[in-house]
Design a binder for this molecule. Sequence first.
Ligand code: FES
Length: 200
Amino acid sequence: MVVDGAARRQVQTSRRQWSKDPLAGLLRWNTGPWAGTSLSPRQRSPDVEDWVSDRVREIVAAHRGERGALLPILHAIQAEYGHIDPQAIPVIAEELNLSRADVHGVVTFYKDFRQQPRGRTTVRICRAEACQAVGADALAQQVQARLGVSFGETTAGGEVSLESVFCLGNCALGPSVEIGGQLHGRMDGVRLDALLAADR
Ligand code: FES
């Protein structure tokens, strides 16, 4: 393929934008004059389990025509599997003609995407302003130390996944926490420990 000066400039612009927002870079990359060129090579993924590969390819096919298809594809995969398995990344990259690093960059940039299965119970701690003002940060530190995981992670035994959210609609009763889908206000470390123990 012959690449003219305008196309080369567009790619350079896309690369600069990638450093600020990986999705903005990808949208241009995937629809611009470089789509399908050797700058974003198709990668074979022979190590991927067939059942993951086939289903992921079906999901990609269902969304391929959408503008900025990567995000709806990732959401659909997460809705089906509960997380974005690392094995899915090379398959998505191959199907969308992106590099694995491109797809991995988007998965890790957006905190909503999980890379591990959820634990049996999910604890979501509100870290928005109103809750912060009444101790949400201290509670967050306490909970991370107590569980031995950071936000976005799951305890080793697969019991608890810890997530942060920005407003649970319970601002007057912060710090607000959701445990297994149940909302709790005026939370502190001692109460949270007791609720988690009761949940086991
Ligand atoms: S700010 Fe925490 S629930 Fe709204």
